[in-house]
Design a protein around this ligand. Structure first.
Ligand code: AMP
Length: 437
């Protein structure tokens, strides 16, 4: 006898590790984030743009640097059938700078202020606040002068965005990492300091010392911490121009009361940064230890445009991590109130009413009344249950009799009071009820 194959239960397909769905319940928070973003870009005169998710690997190798964590370990790369090496964008600045050159934006009146909002990808170990697909809102200013005013304004735009989400107690941790002139001296001083300690350093630090000694300053390994404390700081090695730039920036921040704190260990690990670097971090509060991550960060990148073949262009930018901001909002119950839109629920009974319901909904839409329905359901009880779930103040009952007579019953869901209204007067009658509520 032929064996009947057993029916095995299909395994459910899950979302990819570190990449999350944004569920309807969280969308009001996302809308709040996009609203705050829009308000900031309008006020500070940024224009929004978007770059593709896929860019050439070369773009990131050349700008972020081969020894950066992002390029070395975290990029999702793809080899196309044609043999091109592409990367799923791990950050926004390099792509925006590429587009700035490619589309001749250097010929526009400066400063050119560009903003973006979208998904980014890093193959990092997923953990609290660290995803493999995450979203950033970014602000970039390309200017003709190397003016600390723009550093301050970029930081302000980012800070106002956070403030727009009602997140309080945020400080900008700030440092300067110098320029082409003074940074080599600083690197030399760092190597000279760390060289005798080499044997005591962690593996990553030992490897980084000859290639990128500044990265030793953001090492998190506990045994390396005491060495960091004693390490030379950039401030003692800055050239006169970088020193003035930093001092003026701090003055601007004081003028606009943007809370900041000097952090000599902040280096931000990407090659393109020069002078100013900063990160926005929540002030420590008991119970929020797990939110001690950077909500956003950025800095000046004066050589990036020329690294990509454009003419030398001073520039500065900031990017904020949307998921991290939303995590803070959720933890602090800064939830957006449920939709306040005034809506009615349409209940239909019988075939004729069902048939006429679609055009009735359109009539309400044109009149500016929001409607929810469950037209697929036949039973009145099931529809009423749905109306209850949506917590609408009024239901419209559209039965066989009403469909013939071109009328609808308006039911007050709280009191149960009902009134029959001619279809032609329905919109006005609903609006009157909403205004007198
Ligand atoms: P970065 O330029 O790497 O400092 O990124 C800017 C901001 O994006 C960070 O301060 C975070 O808020 C956010 N971010 C960066 N990487 C991730 C990630 N893997 N998961 C979630 N958010 C991230």
């Amino acid at each position: 006898m032929k064996k009947i194959p057993s029916v095995t239960k299909a395994k459910n397909i899950q979302s990819v590790r570190g990449m999350h769905d944004i569920l309807p319940v969280d969308y009001p928070l996302w809308e709040k984030a996009t609203k705050s973003f829009r308000e900031v870009i309008e006020f500070y005169n940024f224009t929004q743009m978007a770059t593709p998710v896929l860019e050439s690997v070369e773009l990131y190798v050349r700008t972020l640097g081969e020894t950066s964590d992002v390029v070395e370990k975290e990029m999702y790369t793809i080899k196309t059938k044609g043999g091109d090496q592409l990367a799923m964008r791990p950050e926004g600045t390099a792509g925006v700078a590429r587009a700035y050159i490619e589309h001749g934006m250097s010929h526009q009146p400066h400063p050119v202020r560009l903003a973006y909002f979208g998904p980014f990808f890093r193959h990092d170990k997923p953990q609290a606040g660290r995803l493999r697909q995450f979203h950033q809102a970014g602000f970039e200013i390309f200017s003709s002068e190397n003016d600390p005013l723009y550093d301050a304004q970029t930081m302000l735009a980012a800070y106002r965005f956070i403030e727009g989400l009602k997140i309080k107690g945020v400080t900008a941790h700030i440092n300067t990492i110098g320029c082409r002139i003074c940074r080599p001296n600083y690197r030399k001083a760092l190597v000279a300091y760390y060289k005798p300690l080499e044997k005591k350093l962690c593996g990553d630090c030992r490897r980084r010392l000859p290639v990128n000694p500044m990265r030793l300053l953001d090492c998190k390994v506990p045994t390396c911490q005491p060495f960091k404390e004693q390490a030379p700081t950039t401030l003692d090695h800055l050239c006169a121009i970088c020193k003035t730039h930093f001092t003026e920036l701090l003055e601007y921040l004081e003028d606009v009361k943007l809370p900041y704190s000097l952090n000599h260990f902040l280096v931000r690990g990407l090659d393109y940064y020069t002078k100013t670097v900063f990160e926005f971090i929540l002030d420590p509060v008991a119970g929020e230890e797990d939110l001690a991550f950077a909500l956003g960060g950025g800095g000046r990148y004066d050589y990036l445009v020329e690294t990509l073949g454009g003419k030398p262009t001073p520039a500065v930018g900031a990017a904020l991590g949307i998921e991290r901001l939303l995590e803070v909002m959720k933890r602090r119950n800064l939830n957006v109130p449920a939709r306040t839109k005034e809506r009615v629920f349409l209940i239909h009974i019988g075939d004729l009413a069902k048939k006429k319901s679609l055009s009735l909904i359109e009539m309400l839409r044109e009149g500016g009344v929001n409607v929810i329905e469950s037209l697929g359901k036949e039973s009145m009880a099931a529809q009423l249950r749905n109306a209850d779930k949506y917590q609408v103040p009024f239901a419209l009952i559209f039965g066989q009799k009403e469909a013939y007579e071109e009328s609808v019953i308006i039911r007050d869901m709280k009191t149960g009071a009902q009134e029959t209204v001619p279809l032609l007067k329905l919109v006005a009658a609903i609006k009157k009820r909403f205004t007198s509520q």
